[in-house]
Design a protein around this ligand. Structure first.
Ligand code: NAD
Length: 309
């Protein structure tokens, strides 16, 4: 358990993230910060009142300022607007860049030693904004997307094969958008290559459904986007850091030449431990996968360049 974890944004993703962190007792104090007056306070109090029933001692509080979040070990950023039907993640760019910039200015001064986990979209660009504004080293600015995209992929595969989700190992790399790269060559069922268990056409259909996994949920919800699985993804990263688990997870990391790319955030396999990103793993890719990763990098660079300074 660490001393303090802050979640910025007490909306759907933020509040669910705070609740999961508290229930797992990953921090003594969980602080929710949001600009909406009364919302973080009310949700924080409500969550804390679930503690006697759920049996956790993490103290959840909500606030509109950053004083209570001072000296946080980890800050999860979920502030910003979410997608509505027909919107792409890039449509959120300028609004969320302004919000994320403002949030990161505060984090930089109040929690200068924290590890930032970015969740706000467009994910890879918002992680870049956080790194630029805070000046934190790349070990301490990490984006959550690959775990979610991989979870969707694993869930669809488990359903198609009628097997446990636990036995599917996979990695979805690249940017958090339509160009994401599910690695079929590294998808296994308890070590058995997926291609031995499934027709390529069925696999391709699952890859397509995974790429559109976020939009599928936005279409159902109509007024917002997914938050149960996204908050699980963010909390898996928090847990890996708090417990120094050295887990290998797909995370958006700032590349400095890995995979022949630099100067942008992109989903790659990372070792997550107490220091944040402790290593970026460069795995062998097929020509097709390498081309897809480059295409995905281009799709991240475009909104990065278009962002209003
Ligand atoms: N990375 C991913 O895989 C992933 C998955 C799901 C959602 N998201 C993104 O996460 C973000 C949050 O989604 P949501 O469903 O929780 O949205 P939401 O609308 O439910 O909540 C967003 C919250 O941010 C708050 N906020 C706005 N400006 C703020 C500021 N300056 N400081 C603090 N708080 C501020 C709002 O008041 C609101 O409560 C969106 O950008 C969404 O696209 C990312």
């Amino acid at each position: 358990m660490v001393n303090k974890i802050t979640v910025v944004g007490a909306g759907n993703v933020g509040a669910t993230t705070a609740q999961r962190i508290a229930e797992k007792e990953l921090a003594r104090r969980v602080v929710m910060v949001d600009v909406a007056e009364g919302v973080p306070q009310g949700k924080g109090l409500d969550q804390w009142q679930s503690a006697p029933i759920e049996g956790f001692d993490s103290r959840v509080i909500g606030t509109n300022g950053y004083e209570e979040s001072r000296d946080s070990d980890i800050v999860v950023i979920t502030a910003g607007i979410a997608r509505k039907p027909g919107m792409s993640r890039d449509d959120l760019l300028n609004t969320n860049a302004g919000i994320v910039r403002q949030v990161c200015e505060q984090i930089k001064t109040t929690s200068p030693k924290s590890i930032i986990i970015m969740v706000s979209n467009p994910l890879d660009v918002m992680a870049y904004v956080a790194k630029e504004v805070t000046g934190f080293p790349r070990e301490r600015v990490i984006g959550m997307a690959g775990i979610l995209d991989t979870a969707r992929y694993r869930a669809f595969l488990a359903e198609a094969l009628d097997i446990s989700v636990r036995d599917i190992q996979a990695m979805v790399l690249g940017g958090h958008g339509d160009t994401m790269v599910p690695l079929i060559s590294y998808t296994t069922v308890s070590g058995i290559p997926i291609t031995q268990l499934m027709e390529r056409s069925a696999l391709d259909a699952i890859v397509t459904r995974t790429r559109n996994g976020g939009a599928e949920i936005v279409k159902y919800l109509k007024t917002g986007s997914a938050y149960y699985a996204p908050s699980s993804g963010a909390v898996q990263m928090v847990e890996a850091i708090v417990n120094d688990q050295k887990r290998i997870l797909p995370c958006a990391a700032y590349l400095e030449g890995e995979y022949g790319l630099k100067g942008l955030f992109l989903g790659v396999p990372c070792k997550l431990g107490a220091k944040g990103i402790e290593k970026i793993l460069e795995v062998e890719l097929t020509d097709e996968e390498r081309t897809a990763l480059r295409k995905s990098a281009d799709a991240v660079l475009e909104p990065m360049a278009a962002m209003k300074k």
